[in-house]
Design a protein around this ligand. Structure first.
Ligand code: ATP
Length: 233
């Protein structure tokens, strides 16, 4: 579904991604794990067309490397940004509507609302509440719900566990799994390596802008290097 080959990203003199290559097949959950500054967000931004880059980015039959972000979104690659970036002064409903801005088909938009409210009943209860007054976990749900409104084929999730209490992290991850079960392919970027490996089919480890390890998530979970560096020994 997505093939990334020799991806390089520079910010001025900083070489943030160095020949990063990986692939995502339809139906998979793929996790990119790595510590602070290893290049996880840059990878997602490169795929979404938000930073200049070099390399090959194939999505199905499309070469998306040179496409504008809105074109990439229209192909079904939808990113949930780090830190959620919801519109604090808009209601939950209005935030969800913003996610559906590319959707012209009313019936499909209605179906998407129903689907989001089914996955996140709490958002339905709070649909008239200002998004800025939601709890951190609810805001993360809203950010994911907003992305679902755009009919994702491949959902790019940037640190969904950030700043959340463990019980909420569990809830968010089980929802991610559920969304994947409904046919949405997932590329997940996470510092919480344990959770990210728990739900992924395969994973890649990023270290200072390079892929240092990759393989089935269950195998990486048992890998001594991964245990030592990312799973607390
Ligand atoms: P974190 O987990 O802390 O979000 P990350 O793995 O997502 O980190 P990136 O945000 O991709 O890492 O950053 C990779 C490197 O690129 C870091 O050294 C970072 O300082 C640098 N970087 C990222 N964005 C910019 C920018 N806009 N300008 C300059 N340097 C940047």
């Amino acid at each position: 579904m997505l093939k990334v080959e020799s991806l390089n990203v520079f910010y001025g003199n900083i070489h943030a991604l160095k020949d990063v290559s990986f692939s995502v097949s339809k139906g998979e959950i793929i996790s990119l794990i790595g510590s602070n500054g290893s290049g996880k967000t840059s990878t997602l931004h490169a795929i979404s067309g938000l930073v200049p880059k070099k390399g090959l980015l194939e999505y199905g039959d499309f070469e998306i490397g040179g496409m504008a972000p809105e074109k990439i979104v229209s192909l079904g690659l939808i990113q949930v940004p780090e830190g959620r970036r919801i519109f604090a002064n808009l209601s939950v409903l209005e935030n969800l509507e913003m996610g559906a801005y590319t959707e012209k088909n009313r019936a499909r938009m209605k179906r998407n609302f129903e689907r989001v409210f089914q996955s996140f009943p709490r958002l339905k209860e709070r649909r008239r509440q200002l998004a800025g007054t939601l709890s951190g976990g609810e805001q993360q749900m809203l950010a994911i719900g907003r992305a679902l409104m755009a009919n994702p084929a491949l959902l790019l999730l940037d640190e969904p566990s950030m700043g959340l209490a463990p019980v909420l992290v569990d809830e968010i991850f089980s929802i991610i799994k559920e969304i994947n079960g409904q046919g949405v392919t997932i590329l997940l970027v996470e510092q919480n390596a344990y959770k990210a490996l728990s739900i992924a089919n395969r994973a890649y480890v990023l270290e200072t802008g390079r892929v240092s390890l990759s393989g089935p998530a269950a195998e990486l979970m048992e890998d001594e290097r991964v245990k030592k560096a990312y799973l607390g020994g």
